[in-house]
Design a protein around this ligand. Structure first.
Ligand code: ATP
Length: 221
């Protein structure tokens, strides 16, 4: 019998800037879910939130610095190269084509992002393209009572607790996983930088140096 294909993680974000909680989520997902590698996808022109504060090229440059030396963390710059609106379904369609129909793909989300999933364009198509693994985020527990009825329905049918289930199908399950609680957010980092503070415990040193060198986030809108 053929060995099951190890799942591949996909982690999208505005990364404005990338920070330690993003990296912790990716590390935990890699370890707990047995992912072969994780592809980070910086959003070019995200639609369901405020516009990023700095350019896509600079956000991408910081993601490159954050993953340097970790060969199991890869970057997909497809959304950044494409200047039109960024949506997750077309990105997953493109990655599904690259990885083939059989390979389990796992979209990684924080619980706040998962809670808003039903507002994403063509969200129900996501389940045909990838599994979804949801990391706990402080203040955003995965209480199904708080999900919209349509999302709760999908959750109840698709939820699995055992990471091994990810290798039994290429897509379609929802898997909650626990990451150490971290209050870090890009919003808090931008606010600290706007007050001329150095939030050194919230992001990798190389990213903080890049921000300082390029004088980014000095005035927060
Ligand atoms: P912002 O503060 O600008 O909204 P953010 O810190 O939430 O940004 P994003 O780039 O919007 O970062 O998030 C990308 C993904 O990372 C989302 O799925 C989000 O839920 C997750 N995430 C971000 N911060 C945390 C955290 N502290 N704990 C768990 N997940 C997180």
């Amino acid at each position: 019998m053929r060995e099951p294909l190890a799942p591949v993680g996909i982690f999208g974000g505005t990364f404005d800037p990338i920070h330690n909680a993003h990296l912790c989520l990716v590390e935990e997902a890699h370890r707990v879910l047995g992912l072969d590698h994780v592809v980070l996808v910086p959003a070019g022109n995200p639609q369901h939130r405020d516009r990023p504060v700095i350019s896509a090229e600079r956000r991408l440059a910081m993601v490159r610095l954050a993953v340097a030396g970790k060969s199991w963390m890869q970057i997909d710059d497809g959304e950044i190269r494409n200047t039109s609106a960024s949506y997750t379904v077309p990105t997953l369609l493109r990655l599904r084509q690259a990885y083939g129909a059989e390979r389990p793909l796992v979209l990684l989300l924080g619980s706040d992002a998962f809670g808003g999933l039903a507002s994403w364009q063509r969200w129900q198509e996501l389940f045909g393209l990838a599994h979804i693994a949801v990391a706990t985020r402080p203040g955003h527990t995965l209480e199904t009572g708080l999900l919209s009825p349509a999302l709760r329905n999908e959750y109840e049918q698709r939820v699995r607790q055992d990471p091994c289930s990810l290798t039994t199908a290429p897509a379609g399950f929802i898997l909650p996983f626990i990451m150490p609680p971290m209050e870090t957010s890009a919003t808090a980092i931008r606010a600290a930088l706007g007050r001329s503070e150095k939030p050194a415990d919230m992001l990798p040193a190389a990213v903080l140096e890049y921000i300082a060198r390029n004088q980014l986030y000095q005035s927060v809108p």
